[in-house]
Design a protein around this ligand. Sequence first.
Ligand code: KIV
Length: 256
Amino acid sequence: MIKFTIQHIKDFKHSRKPFPTITAYDYTSAQIIDEAKIPLILVGDSASMMVYGYDTTIPVSMEEMLFLVRAVTRGATHSLVVADMPFLSYQPSIKETLNNAGRFIKEGRASAVKIEGGTHVRKHVSSLVENGIPVLGHVGLTPQSYHQLSGYKMQGKTVAGAQKIIDDATALQEAGSFGVVLECIPENLAKQITNTLSIPTIGIGSGHHCDGQIQVFHDVLGFSPLKPPKHAMQYDTMYSNVLNSIKKYKLDIENQ
Ligand code: KIV
């Protein structure tokens, strides 16, 4: 089995089939995803909710993310692992961006980092790339800006909003990103950006025209008792499956 590299991910731009990517937060799920030959695993800051039980992605810390990144890279021997930079681990300065991204690569053994934002983080992206750290961009709905965006809403619905996302994605490509996540933007806008950029786009809630797609592990497997987001692709109902097994275990012990 091949070990996926940044070049393999870039090459998906020219393949006819979209490529799948998914989040993971621990060793066991990384092993399963790796065996399924998924090219890229994102240790997403969605761990803030999925693993740590916070209400948004805002509270999760560098230390909390680093624990998860270490576990995932131990389980993923073939999939490329990208570490998501948490809120305020890169926004304050280029120096902090380099130090924190460097920790994910050096201590976490990730191959790349993801940061949210466009034109305003172009310098952060270019200095990471110049220092040998590959970057996946993320535009459209950027959950770390939850308050600024007044909630999780589709982005780029107005002409000005759409142009901003095009400019952001273009700035990320110019700064050296190897790919860009397009989250919750209109399908036609995602198509236009995908056709314009020379780096792969990875969509979530942005239609099927992107070069790749990303989903959250817990949504795909139905690990939450709550309804998943509209764009989630759910293949299992793990919450009730596991609940039933735990109840059976409880009864078995009580009836011994
Ligand atoms: O944190 C995350 O899981 C993400 C993906 C949804 C792109 O950023």
